[in-house]
Design a protein around this ligand. Structure first.
Ligand SMILES: CC(C)(COP(=O)(O)OP(=O)(O)OC[C@H]1O[C@@H](n2cnc3c(N)ncnc32)[C@H](O)[C@@H]1OP(=O)(O)O)[C@@H](O)C(=O)NCCC(=O)NCCS
Length: 208
């Protein structure tokens, strides 16, 4: 992995080297799941509500090494060009608290509208129990139902293929900054063969 991957759309560029490397090597927080959670909890998911904003902020601040992703979500929420109502989903813990969050915002690929999946996080106490999977599936399904066609993600290459993501480069999709090829992935929601290739233009809040 190269240090030229020093910018990616999970936060501000100056904080990116550690995070980009962490994403590339698939690092979570390293904290074990909390004992006592039901193993078969089915993780109800729903679109975020206004009252969830603080909990979502706290979740990202706890799950990532810095508060950058938490601030990124807040900034995206304030950007009417990026924010799409109904494409920010949470998974609820058994006590009703927010256990996981996944966000899709409007980006462009080669000029065509697409969605960026970022950030995604599960609260450290709930990691490894399916909450992340549930909330990502839910938000992707919501996007599909809205007729969205394409989602891109920059993240753990061992995690996102289970949702159908493939290397973005196979569709001719790239970033304007250098990233490990396997970390940039794309999902064609409508199964179409005609995927717009080109460079991803992220919402301004990503700072890339
Ligand atoms: C990555 C993250 C969102 C996954 O959520 P989760 O609720 O813990 O994951 P789930 O329980 O749904 O899925 C567990 C699976 O994900 C895999 N997984 C979890 N973290 C992973 C990582 N960092 N890299 C690759 N795979 C990972 C596990 O190996 C497990 O695989 P298996 O089902 O084959 O056993 C969560 O660990 C997290 O918030 N990490 C810190 C923040 C972060 O890195 N966000 C993603 C940025 S791309």
């Amino acid at each position: 992995m190269s240090d030229t991957s020093s910018q990616h759309p999970h936060g501000s560029p100056h904080r990116e080297p550690d995070r980009a490397k962490a994403a590339a090597r698939g690092r979570g927080t390293g904290q074990p799941p909390t004992a006592g959670a039901p193993a078969a909890h089915r993780w109800p998911t729903r679109p975020e509500r206004r009252a969830d904003a603080a909990a979502v902020h706290a979740l990202h601040a706890a799950a990532f090494p810095t508060e950058d992703e938490a601030r990124l979500v807040d900034a995206l929420r304030r950007d009417p060009e990026a924010w799409l109502t109904g494409l920010s989903h949470v998974a609820e813990a058994p006590d009703g608290s927010v256990a996981a969050h996944a966000l899709l915002t409007r980006c462009r690929v080669g000029g065509a509208p697409a969605l960026a999946l970022a950030p995604v996080a599960t609260a450290p106490a709930w990691q490894g129990r399916g909450a992340g999977t549930a909330v990502i599936r839910a938000v992707l399904e919501a996007a599909r139902a809205r007729g969205e066609r394409l989602v891109v993600v920059l993240g753990h290459p061992g995690y996102y293929p289970r949702f159908g993501f493939v290397r973005a480069s196979t569709h001719g999709i790239r970033t304007s900054f250098e990233v490990p090829d396997e970390a940039l992935m794309a999902l064609v929601l409508d199964g179409s063969d005609e995927v717009p290739g080109g460079t991803i233009r992220y919402p301004a809040a990503f700072g890339v």
